[in-house]
Design a protein around this ligand. Structure first.
Ligand SMILES: *Cc1c(COP(=O)(O)O)cnc(C)c1O
Length: 354
């Protein structure tokens, strides 16, 4: 009897999430996890760690509510957006019976969290222009308790049409939770569904400090929803999820002066994205640069594997997407500093000269 065979059947067959960090690489240029390229500098306000933290750090709750334009009762602070995804599945899906639905190609954690909880995954692929196939989704909603949608979508970079999201919210009323993952919403804030919270008790929005706020190492995210949904998630979250140092720095990150800095850095990233998209589009190896509303670009290459491997060998680490549904020869590139972006373009250009 091996230890692995003692574990649950669904864990034995589980393919864990392939995080960018786990995939490794000897990088000098890291453009594979959609992080911000430089770290902001914060200082811890205190050093005492003998006491447990607040179950929900109130200053962070208030700070994020204020930033997002909602009330504190609409906010749950989580260990990254990923914990929000897991809590929604744990709180709403009956193992072995209920299902979640999502639309690939999209973020990998919806499937991993569902499989871990023994919750079935129903998938309705995005259309050729990476939009929702509502007709098909409507047919597949039986047993579905949570629908996960990602907008801007990772890894394709586009927004889902607002009218489609609203139509889906209409159809699912009273039947399922609709989660809109807004991990990249700072790059297109006008697209947020946060103003729809007042209309839809079954809407949950995932947010994070890992992307535009440049704090992936902090592990701090949020669920925004109406109080009954937040209270349900509060029942299943760990008693002290947010470490004291994380809450301390998250509180500082949500102060007005820092939010202004985030907005400045976000506009820089958008300008750099425009430069990078144009430069990539001019390269012979690159067949297509997909439009993006986020801090990354999806490109289709003549030979994606060769390009990915060649840059990997030079220490330029990108995210290979060839295994994702309908993304053969595609690579996702995080927008880095202008120097990093230039090096990527030069490295790809050099490939056509060999
Ligand atoms: C990065 C990301 C998250 C959450 O990341 P955390 O670091 O756990 O906050 C959630 N959804 C998508 C689509 C992401 O890309």
């Amino acid at each position: 009897m091996t230890i692995a065979s003692l574990s649950r059947k669904n864990i034995q067959t589980l393919t864990p999430y392939q995080s960018a960090r786990k995939l490794g690489g000897k990088g000098t240029i890291w453009l594979n996890a959609n992080e911000y390229p430089r770290s902001p500098q914060f200082r811890l306000s205190g050093k005492d760690l003998n006491r447990y933290p607040e179950p929900q750090p109130q200053a962070v709750v208030r700070g994020y509510a204020n930033y997002a334009g909602v009330a504190p009762e609409n906010v749950l602070v989580t260990r990254g957006g990923d914990e929000g995804i897991e809590l929604l599945i744990r709180a709403f899906c009956e193992p072995g019976r209920d299902a979640i639905l999502f639309c690939p190609p999209t973020y990998g954690m919806y499937a991993v969290s569902a499989e871990t909880a023994d919750v079935a995954c129903k998938t309705v692929p995005l259309t050729a222009d990476f939009q929702l196939n509502l007709a098909e989704i409507k047919k597949r909603l039986a047993e579905v308790k949570v629908v996960f949608l990602c907008s801007p979508n990772n890894p394709t970079g586009n927004l889902l049409k607002r009218s489609d999201l609203l139509e889906l919210l209409q159809i699912t009323q009273g039947k399922a939770i609709v989660v809109v993952d807004e991990a990249y919403i700072e790059f297109c804030p006008e697209a947020s569904l946060v103003n729809e919270l007042k209309n839809y008790p079954h809407l949950a929005i995932i947010r994070t400090l890992s992307k535009a706020f440049a704090l992936a190492g902090l592990r701090c995210g949020f669920v925004l929803a109406n109080p009954p949904l937040i209270q349900t998630l509060s029942k299943v979250i760990a008693p002290y999820p947010i470490p004291v140092p994380s809450a301390d720095i998250a509180e500082q990150a949500l102060q007005a002066d820092n939010i202004a800095l985030v907005q400045t850095r976000t506009s820089e990233i958008l300008a750099n994205r425009q430069w990078l998209a144009q430069a990539l589009a001019d390269l012979a190896q690159v067949e297509k640069v997909y439009p993006s509303e986020a801090n990354y670009l999806l490109i289709k290459c003549l030979d994606g594997e060769a390009l990915f491997n060649a840059l990997w060998a030079q220490g330029i680490i990108l995210r290979d997407q060839h295994k994702a549904l309908n993304l053969q020869n595609c690579i996702r590139i995080t927008v880095g500093t202008q120097e990093e972006n230039q090096k990527v373009v030069e490295a790809i250009l050099a490939l056509s000269r060999d």
